[in-house]
Structures are given as structure tokens and as C-alpha cells.
Ligand binder design. Sequence first.
Ligand SMILES: NC(=O)c1ccc[n+]([C@@H]2O[C@H](COP(=O)([O-])OP(=O)(O)OC[C@H]3O[C@@H](n4cnc5c(N)ncnc54)[C@H](O)[C@@H]3O)[C@@H](O)[C@H]2O)c1
Length: 321
Amino acid sequence: MLEGTKISSQSQMTTVFNIAKDTVLFLVLSCYYILEALFWTLVPNAIRPMKNLRGDVVLVTGGAGGVGRQLAIKLARLGAKVVIWDISVEGLQKTCQDVTDEGFKIKSYVVDLADKSSVYFTAEKVKKEVGKVDVLINNAGTVFGDTLLELNDDAIETTYKVNILSHYWTVKSFLPDMIKSGKGHIVTVGSVAGLLGTYRCTDYSATKFATVGFHESLFTELRAHGHNAIHATLVCPYYINTGMFHGVTPRLMPMLEPDYVAETMIDSIRKNEVNCIMPGSVRYLLPLKCLLPAKMCWDLMHRVMKGPQSMMEFKGKPKVS
Ligand SMILES: NC(=O)c1ccc[n+]([C@@H]2O[C@H](COP(=O)([O-])OP(=O)(O)OC[C@H]3O[C@@H](n4cnc5c(N)ncnc54)[C@H](O)[C@@H]3O)[C@@H](O)[C@H]2O)c1
């Protein structure tokens, strides 16, 4: 009886000692991590080492317009072998024209991301025709901009299929080869609407919140399994002037330009950043939603920012069938 008590108090002591040891180590390393992050924040991109994408196969979904088209053009200029996917045949042709006009090569595939078998089929075609994908940018997105009771069931399902489910099919298609070769990067395009619920976006915001969970969980899986050479970046931009949210006029901050968003995204990928929130100031405002009283948050959103009122003007883009 006494022997048993002795053993259990010894194992408790060992547990306490191990927790204390890990905590001290964590605190020491944290000082280093903070100093490192501060240092890299102060060093301009022009003089810091950045990942070279020359010769890498970079696949951009939603490459037929908006941010996706800007990404395709800028990545081609950096010497990447760009592959674009989209449902819009016309839009794909326009992006290919823009890239080839500058003297670069590009490959495009018509694919409906809402159709799982079409995603898997096209992924196999890319592997055969182009080779292993080094950087996967899950950028395509769709928004209907209706309130919950106005949204028809098909619209809700399409939003989920395009904005989040397709990420599972593309990552399942391309991640194994990245792991095998010990090189890869998965970029998940979320939104500030995935960090803060938005009026007329019960479907859109929910899928963008899901992208955050998807990215964070995938990141933990990669690190926990020692795949440290496979990088993951989450991109959360504020409104972008691409027509996706046509009609909306935000009160306090103007919409971001697609050129700026694509440039910032590529810099973030080349720096292997885990999170990229645009504009950066949003990072400091977001914690307020947990810290301030709920009534104050609503008043800030409704009275000062007029977020819901500006989304009431939403017209959006016509959908490609
Ligand atoms: N525009 C914004 O205000 C804003 C803000 C934050 C985040 N985002 C996100 O940024 C990303 C790019 O948005 P954007 O502004 O360039 O939008 P966009 O509408 O200009 O481009 C999205 C592209 O996705 C394609 N797409 C839509 N459904 C598809 C499907 N079923 N299969 C294949 N392709 C499909 C479209 O054809 C289009 O070319 C999206 O994920 C979007 O949710 C946009």
C-alpha cells in the first residue's frame, strides 16, 4: 500500500518536473521567436531571402479573373510554370492571352470545382501533362450575397463545394507528391469574412471560417508528422475590387486592389509565412470581438462601420453556368 503511494507520488513529481522543464524551454524559445519575427518585420522584402519560384509548377484555382488572373501573370513573370483552373472558358482564355502576350507559357484547364470527380480527373491530367505541383493556391471562390432565408439550398451547397470542399479534393490530389519529394506549399485563400461574420454571408462567411480551420489543422498535421518542408499559408483579405462584391461600398476602408492582393500573397508565399491578413491593421482589430462587450461590437459594426448597410447594396457578379 505504502509502496504504491510512493511510486505514484514519484511519477507525479516527474510529471511536474517535465511540465516545468518544457515551460521554461518554451519561454526561452519564445524570446527568440519574438525577436526573430520583429527582425524579419523590419527587414524590407528587397533585401531579405525569399523563396525562388523559378521552374516550380504553381497551380492557381480561379485563375480566370480577379486575384487569380493577377497571380497567374505575376507568377509567370517570376519564372514559375503556371497552371490555372476555372469554370469560365472565356476568362481562362483571357488570362492565357495576358500571360502569353508577355512572352510566358501557361496551361489552363476548365474544371468545375463544385464537382469532386471533375477535380480528381483534372488533377490526374495535370500530373501527367505538367508534372508534380509544387505550389497549390486554392483561390477560387463564390458568393451569392443573400440572407439565410433568401438563399436557396443549391446556392448554399455550391458555396460549400467551391469555397471549402474543393480544398479537400485538391490537397488530397497534390499533397502526397509534395510529401514524397520533400517540397511543397499549400495556400488557402480565406477572407476577413472568415474571421468576422458578415451580413448576407451565412454561407460565404461560414465556408471562409472553415478555410481557417482547414489551414490550421493541416498545418498541425504537417508539423506533427515532421513534414517541415511542406509549407502552408492562409490568406485572409478584406474586400477586393474584383467585382465579386460589386455594389458594396465599405464606409471606413476602401476596397483593396487585386494587383496589391496578388503581390502581397506572392511575397507571403515566398517568405513561407503561415498567415497573411490584408490589410495588416485588421490583425489588431480582430481580438476586440472577443474582448469587448457584444453590444459594443454590434454598435461599432452597425453605427460606425455600417458593415451590414454596405452589404445591403450587394449586386455581385453573374454566375458562370
Ligand atoms: N473580392 C473580395 O472582396 C474578396 C475578399 C476576401 C476574399 N476573397 C476571396 O479571394 C478569392 C478570389 O476572389 P476574387 O475577388 O478574385 O473573385 P473573382 O470572382 O474575381 O474570381 C473567382 C474565380 O473563381 C472562379 N470560380 C467560381 N466558381 C467556380 C467553380 N465552381 N469552379 C471553378 N472555378 C470557379 C470564378 O470563375 C472566378 O474566375 C476567393 O476565394 C474569394 O472568396 C475575395
